[in-house]
Design a protein around this ligand. Structure first.
Ligand code: T3D
Length: 265
């Protein structure tokens, strides 16, 4: 298991059941170079492995959330970058790590989220934005195309028409507009962002880890399958959850009028 102290381009801190992952290349608005992409994936894997972690908050340091691919790194290479390989080796595993993590992930979008940084915010389960946040597809401006799941995730959140305007138009979506179109769950004053996101993550972390993991899995699968398959999956998950120690604890807590103590079993 990686030691959080070894991360160089992000900060990983656990405070009780909530782990804060802060992208930490503020001079370039937390643009994703190879090191940061690899560390972010390792950070999510660490959150998965640590049983004490029950929810994750993802944010950026400084005035940006994440400006997407580090374009200086692209320009600096001796050889032209093999974009397809880069997407397959780094971006796809990253987005899958977040989506497949059976713990809630809250994006605390503190500033601009551009390109693959926008996609990262979309991959999280819930987005809380600061008033200073904004979203820019950015791909088109450098003659690239949406990746990291953007073409799939964005229309499901805001609808195909708005997604087309954002992806083809390339303009900035303000925090207020993002809230209006359902791109973020809510907008809060910048000074309150981390406290709000962490408080939400703490509330989510109070749920049964088993039931929350199954719920996240069902929500993800339901986006891709039909109603019948979802009914079937829900029934199977209910079978698993209903046999769990957490369910027995939940029932006992209800009857004893106290808060449940879930252990994820
Ligand atoms: O590798 C692959 O397989 C391809 C994958 C691609 C996925 C992608 O993410 S493609 C899209 C890449 N991202 C972009 O194109 C965004 C580029 N950045 C911008 O358009 C703007 O910086 C922003 C709209 C994000 C923010 O604008 P603003 O005015 O608030 O800030 P700024 O002044 O432009 O940027 C501040 C600094 O960050 C600046 O450096 P400086 O001048 O202070 O030394 C700027 O160069 C740097 N920076 C911003 N974005 C990037 C970056 N440096 C490297 N890479 C970046 N993406």
């Amino acid at each position: 298991m990686i030691d959080p102290a070894d991360f160089r381009s992000l900060r990983w801190t656990a405070d009780g059941p909530v782990c804060l992952v802060m992208l930490d290349r503020p001079d370039v608005l937390n643009a994703l170079n190879v090191e940061l992409k690899e560390e972010l994936r390792a950070a999510i894997e660490l959150a998965a492995e640590r049983p004490d972690v029950r929810a994750v908050v993802l944010t950026g340091s400084g005035r940006g959330f994440c400006a997407g691919q580090d374009l200086e790194e692209v320009a600096a290479g001796d050889e032209p970058l093999d974009f397809e390989r880069e997407v397959r080796e780094h971006y796809i595993p990253l987005v899958l790590a977040i989506r497949d993590l059976e713990k809630p992930v809250v994006a605390a979008v503190n500033g601009v989220a551009a390109g693959a940084g926008f996609s990262l915010a979309l991959a999280c389960d819930i987005r809380i934005a600061a008033e200073t946040a904004s979203f820019v597809a950015a791909f088109n401006a450098v003659a690239l195309v949406p990746d990291t799941g953007m073409s799939w995730l964005l229309p499901r959140l805001v609808g195909p028409g708005r997604a087309a305007e954002i992806l083809l138009g390339g303009g900035r979506v303000s925090a207020a507009e993002a809230e209006r179109i359902g791109l973020v769950n809510r907008v809060v004053p910048a000074a309150d962002l981390l406290a709000e996101a962490t408080a939400l993550a703490r509330r989510l972390a109070e749920g049964s880890p088993l039931a929350s993991g199954l719920t996240k899995r069902a929500l993800n699968v339901a986006l891709e399958t039909g109603f019948g398959e979802t009914l079937d999956l829900e029934a199977r998950h209910m079978g698993i959850a209903g046999r769990s120690a957490d369910h027995r604890e939940g029932l006992a807590a209800f009857r004893e009028k106290r808060r449940p103590r879930f252990e994820g079993r």
